[in-house]
Design a protein around this ligand. Structure first.
Ligand code: AMP
Length: 210
């Protein structure tokens, strides 16, 4: 069974949703660099101040900043983990291979036209990072997290203009990692345009395949 995973894919492909589900089911840790950065911005730490402008504009935060975040997190993590939203550049992938093992990189392949739609309808829980979608995966009570009842928020970068920029950034900087992991025999591609349950089943099949 593969227990050390990275999730790759454009914004809106469903990485965060599936990372929470799969991590919960298999008791893996989940490391999401985007969540860590957002928390730093909320707490107005030095890290948050360095990251904010990049994130507000749909650009990537510089490699040295996210690499340090990753190194710290991975050191305190046990055997199974899902790294969600990292690596996002070839230098980050090279850094990761020096500090941790990867058994499989899951590439969320989704048709471009659904990404923007999914993102603008996305709502997240600021407390537990659960992800909802007002049309595909709504919370049981409108505007409230199913898990802890917190008020859901619409991320400030989940607006159409910035989302289009983030998708562009994905194709320029992150898409080369699909080939990077394919060449290393570590790539699993899932059809991320399907239903939440179908995508979960596809990932589980890949985790359990030899
Ligand atoms: P996410 O929550 O994964 O959608 O990430 C939100 C934003 O955080 C991205 O648009 C980037 O600005 C920043 N970010 C998250 N992870 C990384 C990373 N691995 N490298 C660079 N920037 C990142």
């Amino acid at each position: 069974m593969k227990t050390r995973l990275v999730f790759l894919g454009p914004p809106g492909a469903g990485k965060g949703t599936q990372a929470l589900l799969i991590a919960g089911k298999y008791s893996f840790s989940r490391i999401a660099t985007g969540d860590i950065l957002r928390e730093a911005i909320t707490r107005e730490t030095a890290l948050g101040r360095r990251a904010k402008d990049f994130m507000d504009n749909g650009a990537l935060v510089p490699d040295d900043i996210v690499n340090e975040i990753l190194r710290e997190k991975i050191e305190s993590t046990g055997n199974g983990y899902i790294i969600d939203g990292y690596p996002r550049t070839i230098p980050q992938a090279d850094f990761l291979s020096g500090v941790a093992s990867v058994d499989m990189a899951v590439y969320f392949d989704a048709p471009e036209d659904i990404l923007v739609q999914r993102i603008v309808n996305r709502r997240v829980c600021p407390k537990c990072n659960a992800v909802y979608n007002t049309s595909e995966n709504p919370p049981k009570t409108s505007g409230k997290c199913d898990r802890d009842g917190s008020d859901l928020v619409h991320r400030s970068d989940d607006v159409e203009e910035i989302t289009r920029e983030r998708i562009k950034t994905f194709w320029q900087k992150t898409a080369p990692l699909v080939d990077y992991y394919f060449r290393r025999g570590l790539l699993a591609k899932v059809s991320a345009g399907r239903t939440l349950e179908e995508v979960t089943a596809e990932i589980e099949q890949a985790i359990n395949s030899s």
